[in-house]
Write a protein of this length. Sequence first.
Length: 226
Amino acid sequence: MNRLSTAAFTLIELLVVIAIIAILAAFAFAVGQGALRSSSAAKALSNLKQTGVILANYAADNSNHLPLSSGDWANGEISWFQPILADYAGLKLDWGKPYFLPDVFYDPSVGKGRQHPFGSFGVNTSIVLDRISCRNRFGHMKGISLLSIPSPSRKVVYCSAKENGWDSTWYLDGSGFAQKGFDEKSGPDPRNGGGAAALFADGHVEKLDVKNMDQPTRRQLFTLDP
């Protein structure tokens, strides 16, 4: 009887063991969640790099011109930035689905249910111009030339962003961000490991601290100003 009593756990000891297991489980869950977020952020940067390669190849084959930021769907014309690049690269567009772009154009850190309704559409419209802006500024509608972008290594063409509360888009009004600064609802979104994933006109990728960026830096990175 004494041996059994000595070998048995007391209620307090059981509670302590349960508490320790709960703490370890919570710690393991937090580590796992952190690893998933880190993996998603890394995948987002990888997707951006692939997009940058497609963009650079497109420019090389189109007299250094980038695609237009937006256009129209008249006569079935593909005239939006992402579909233009996808079509150029021979990637499949699944028009029958709400999120019909190839996976490379999506941000895996944001689930499909929280994506913008048109998917991860958009671009920095202050750098990559639309038809009217391009015509007014350069007299043509071929898209902006890389030669017309001052310091391409310091100009963001593509950035993880929000638009009026939608969790995932690449659409960005760079001039608005340069003037007004960080906004929780619209503009660059630091969802990729604490920074906004950004693709620059020269093809390289960075994570940017958009929350603490001063106005001269915002203007330098997100507008066509020299």
